[in-house]
Ligand binder design. Structure first.
Ligand SMILES: NC(=O)c1ccc[n+]([C@@H]2O[C@H](COP(=O)([O-])OP(=O)(O)OC[C@H]3O[C@@H](n4cnc5c(N)ncnc54)[C@H](OP(=O)(O)O)[C@@H]3O)[C@@H](O)[C@H]2O)c1
Length: 193
């Protein structure tokens, strides 16, 4: 069965962006050995313009072949007239307000999004990349099999949470931790079943 991985950038205090979701300030940490790591081991998770800029647009998918994101996250691409921001993946966008897909490569999920993810998990193939944001991740929390948290060395005080969800305790096992020269940490966790 394919797994759903929430692969996300966060501050030390666990926020994935400013209160309005803006996460542009994290990009200043995409440098040095962390940049090399993203290019060589996480190219599946890079949006098409970044893959092109980093010279890895032709890299084959190794971890993920499918992405799902919320409409507000997808809006960031639409704002720059990019209708298929992850062209190397099968793209799903959760939305009830988008009635017709702006791109034939992007499928809109307007019904039961957790049921759709469970259906996708049954298919053969690589993993499913849950891109965010907080709202969609909150609704898919019970479906998340793996967490990959890129922690940037900043404290925000307040901001957008990793999951917009009701309080609950979900146990995860730490699989690996990797530290980079600029203070970025990448932690991988697997859901404890
Ligand atoms: N730090 C990071 O790595 C990272 C990664 C991704 C995103 N982000 C940030 O996250 C922010 C957006 O997060 P967000 O929580 O505001 O929004 P979001 O989760 O990206 O999108 C929310 C929208 O998704 C749709 N949606 C959610 N649940 C649905 C369901 N069950 N069925 C159908 N549609 C559903 C709705 O769209 P409609 O209103 O169209 O119905 C909803 O308004 C962005 O600003 C981005 O910068 C950060």
């Amino acid at each position: 069965m394919r797994k759903l991985s929430y692969f996300i950038a966060a501050s030390i205090d666990g926020f994935i962006g400013a209160p309005d979701g803006n996460a542009d300030f994290f990009t200043s940490f995409v440098t040095g050995d962390f940049l090399d790591y993203l290019k060589t081991q996480c190219s599946d998770t890079l949006p098409t313009p970044a893959r092109q800029a980093f010279g890895v647009d032709d890299a084959p998918n190794t971890e993920f072949d499918t992405i799902i994101q919320g409409r507000a996250s997808y809006d960031l691409a639409l704002d720059i007239k990019l209708t298929s921001p992850y062209a190397h993946l099968r793209e799903y966008v959760a939305s009830r307000s988008i009635k017709e897909t702006p791109d034939p490569h992007v499928e809109i999920v307007s019904g039961d999004v957790a049921a759709k993810v469970r259906e996708l998990k049954q298919e053969d193939g690589l993993g499913i990349y849950l891109c965010g944001g907080a709202s969609l991740a909150g609704q898919l929390l019970d479906e998340v099999d793996e967490l990959v948290i890129k922690t940037y060395p900043v404290v925000l005080g307040s901001g957008m949470p990793m999951f917009a969800a009701e309080f609950r305790i979900a146990d995860f096992t730490l699989d690996s931790v990797r530290a980079f020269d600029n203070g970025v940490l990448v932690r991988k966790y697997r859901r404890k079943h």
